[in-house]
Design a protein around this ligand. Structure first.
Ligand code: 9WO
Length: 233
């Protein structure tokens, strides 16, 4: 998969893309990250990419020309058509099924906006898939873009090791896909607190049952909307 990110703050990305699984995926050739600074494509002699909002109001608006030209130039770099995504709080919520669908794309082009917003005409013409990572406003779309990349890249076949992907598969059916059970590691007793006996029993059937029950109980308490029998979704 090739992932293009169009941003005014490319310097935010190397730490995230250069660590852990995202780095390993690139080193193994399963993904290529290409960051593009939108400012490079402005025709304004002072490098401006924003302007005051028509109709008045505070702040600035990202202008059409730099973003449009940046998308055109980046898309031309590779003949694989890109699936365009825009990070915006008014987008569809990013969910695990959405990540699974995006992981099938050969090429993603993610637009991370800044300022108070992007001129609606260039959004209308680019017609990207608008995606939100939650109901809050940030300073820009960069952090959401990194969240999306992390969630998607780990789903590309071969990116996770065998153990890790087996774990993923066991959580891939139905609305219980994001359930998790409590985890414990050494020491067996810490500050007088013991690890649950069942985990020390060696009885793998009992351990699986216990983990499933714990995950369901935690979900019922904290996120009942995620349970299959709930009709609130
Ligand atoms: C901000 C905004 C606020 C209220 C209603 C609609 C809105 N759209 C945007 C928007 O697209 N903002 C651009 C990107 C420009 C300003 C900073 N940006 C941004 C993206 N802030 N927060 C996000 C975001 C993206 C995905 N998920 C959560 C928040």
């Amino acid at each position: 998969m090739r992932i293009d990110v169009l941003t005014l703050f490319a310097e935010m990305f190397p730490g995230v893309l250069g660590s852990s699984i995202l780095k390993r995926a690139e080193e193994m050739g399963q993904v290529r990250y290409q960051l593009t600074d939108i400012r490079r494509y402005t025709t304004n002699k002072h490098g401006k990419v924003d302007d005051r909002p028509f109709g008045g109001g505070p702040g600035m608006v990202m202008a059409c020309q730099p973003l449009w030209d940046a998308v055109a130039a980046v898309e031309k770099q590779d003949k694989t058509p890109a699936h365009r995504v825009l990070m915006t709080p008014t987008g569809a919520p990013l969910t695990q099924p959405t990540c699974e669908r995006l992981a099938e794309c050969e090429r993603l082009l993610i637009i991370a906006g800044r300022y108070e917003g992007i001129d609606q005409r260039v959004i209308d013409r680019l017609d990207p898939e608008p995606i939100s990572i939650g109901d809050y406003v940030l300073s820009g779309g960069e952090l959401p873009a990194m969240v999306l990349i992390d969630a998607v890249v780990r789903l590309i076949p071969g990116v996770l090791g065998h153990d890790e992907s087996a774990h993923r598969d066991s959580f891939s059916a139905g609305a219980d896909r994001i359930f998790d059970h409590p985890h414990y590691t050494r020491p067996r007793v810490w500050e007088g607190l013991e690890v649950p006996d069942v985990l020390m029993s060696g009885d793998h059937t009992a351990i699986e049952q216990w983990r499933k029950q714990q995950a369901e109980q935690a979900t019922r308490r904290r996120r009942p909307d995620l349970l299959n029998e709930s009709d609130s979704v």
